[in-house]
Design a protein around this ligand. Structure first.
Ligand code: UDX
Ligand code: ADP
Length: 464
């Protein structure tokens, strides 16, 4: 089966970079990325590629190279579906905020809408690929909706979970540890569809790194990979608290533990807590599905990873308050970083949101500086929590575009995202502008402690 036309529904953090790399690597395939969000598509089509809606190192260069040649962004979803041989579904699947499974199960309404739209429009056979992170057995629901459209079109549903991490998405896509493709291995048509997708990736990924499995293994592998990674972060964060009590240093512990090749050195960085669109959501999906099957111990086991993460965020903020003489009311606190990690403008589930919310409840005045996150996004993140009115958030929180402005007359600085530029700041200048004692809380173990203490900062770092 030769694929000539690919459509991707959803022009977000997954769909955008993934399709850009496919377009670059498969120059004979026409790739169209569609989204119902007109503003987002307009930004993807902005003549100045620096204005594309997603900040990701290396991405604007690829868009510049391929856009208008074989990569297109459009709001005409029906047309792109009609033309495509292969359709990737990369729409968002947030945690449900209502009804059964509220706060835990994934909200599949966007996925279902896509399936219904495909069913309504398609006139010839299609391969439909789940790209978004989905709970196990979503493919069955997709297949059901598509097969019941009653227009004689045949569908093959594949699961092709995304393992890219934001901030390194382009590199992860170009040189993946593995590509996973789940499909109907039992039938000839299923295997053919899987081969068609294997061939797309084989344009640049060595064949031995392309794994094929049944659909359920593929769906569950995605959740498991993220649960294991998140578990490592929660594990080291649990140890960071113990380090603070005992005089051990969590960086030294990480290093010593990580040098055991059975453990490995990655994902052992203590932090103010993990964020991002995947870890929490995927673990909640895992917990929810375990509960659904009445596997109480399995559910509790994984839920603890989330409980530990919530504790770490709260503990960091509580420690700030306690250190500053048990009150931050009316005190100006500068937050450096709002994104959930460096090199992305994504803020979903960022620890910074929760730290800010805690401090606002203690009536602090917050000033935020992040090199890539917009003011509009920061207010929208706080409003979404619903802890206070939008007006109250706008009154208590100021967003500035210079770290020096953020720290003027501040009582404290908290580093919440590990942006490289924070290491290079003129810390003496920042100190001179602040009220004294000047407190500095490093939630990322980013800064070198000795020089900060020499300047005069009251310095605190996670796990030390
Ligand atoms: C993750 C997975 O890594 C990726 O494979 C999957 O496709 C999507 O989810 P992402 O959420 O983009 O990717 O970022 P990741 O690098 O995994 O970081 C997640 C969070 O954990 C961030 O907030 C990060 O700061 C935090 N983290 C990570 C730590 O606190 N310590 C670490 O050692 C590593
Ligand atoms: P992810 O990180 O999974 O890529 P995003 O929220 O960044 O998540 O992107 C998902 C995109 O999917 C959004 O831009 C949203 O507008 C789009 N989307 C959601 N539902 C539909 C739909 N039915 N048709 C087209 N696009 C959709």
């Amino acid at each position: 089966m030769k694929i000539k036309n690919i459509c991707c529904i959803g022009a977000g953090y997954v769909g955008g970079p993934t399709m850009a790399v496919i377009a670059q690597k498969c120059s004979k395939v026409k790739v169209t990325v569609v989204d119902i969000n007109e503003k987002r598509i307009k930004q993807w089509n902005d003549p100045d590629v620096q204005n594309i809606p997603i900040y990701e190192p290396g991405l604007s260069e690829i868009v510049e190279e391929t856009r208008g040649k074989n990569l297109f962004f459009s709001t005409d979803v029906d047309r792109a579906i009609d033309e495509a041989d292969m359709i990737f579904i990369s729409v968002n699947t947030p945690t449900k905020t209502y009804g059964i499974g509220k706060g835990m199960a994934a909200d599949l309404k966007y996925i279902e809408l896509c399936a219904r739209q495909i069913a309504a429009v398609a006139k010839n056979d299609k391969i439909v690929i789940e790209k978004s992170t989905l709970p196990v057995r979503t493919a069955a629901a997709l297949k059901n909706i598509l097969d019941n459209a009653g227009n004689g079109v045949k569908y093959q549903i594949l699961s092709n979970p995304e393992f890219l991490a934001e901030g390194t998405a382009v590199e992860d896509l170009r040189n993946p540890d593995r590509v996973l493709i789940g499909g109907d291995v039992e039938t000839e048509e299923g295997r053919e569809a899987m081969d068609a997708l294997v061939n797309i990736y084989a344009s640049w990924v060595p064949k031995e790194r392309i794994l094929t499995t049944n659909v359920w293994s593929s769906e569950l592998s995605k959740l498991t990979a993220n649960a294991f990674l998140a578990q490592r972060v929660s594990s080291i964060n649990a140890i960071s608290e113990l380090c603070e009590k005992t005089g051990a240093d969590v960086n030294e512990v990480s290093r010593a533990v990580g040098m055991d090749s059975r453990v490995g050195s990655k994902f052992l960085k203590a932090s103010v807590g993990f964020g991002g669109s995947c870890f929490q959501k995927d673990i909640l999906n895992l917990v929810y599905i375990a509960r659904t099957y009445n596997l109480q111990e399995v559910a509790d086991y994984w839920e603890q990873v989330i409980i530990m993460n919530d504790h770490q965020k709260r503990r960091f903020a509580a420690n700030m308050v306690q250190t500053m003489y048990n009150t931050v009311a009316g005190k100006k606190i500068a937050l450096l970083g709002w994104a959930f990690k460096k090199d992305t403008n994504d803020t979903r589930e960022s620890a910074a949101i929760y730290v800010a919310d805690y401090l606002l409840n203690e009536q602090a005045e917050i000033v935020v500086y992040d090199p890539k996150v917009t003011e509009e996004q920061i207010y929208s993140d706080l409003d979404y929590l619903g802890s206070r009115s939008g007006d109250a958030n706008r009154q208590a929180v100021t967003v500035v575009d210079s770290p020096y402005e953020a720290c003027e007359d501040a009582h404290a600085i908290a580093v919440l995202t590990e942006w490289n530029e924070f290491k290079e700041l003129d810390w003496q200048k920042l100190y001179d502008q602040m009220l004294k004692p000047a407190f500095l809380f490093d939630g990322r173990r980013l800064l070198e402690p000795k020089t900060k203490k020499e300047i005069g900062f009251e310095f605190y770092a996670i796990g030390n």
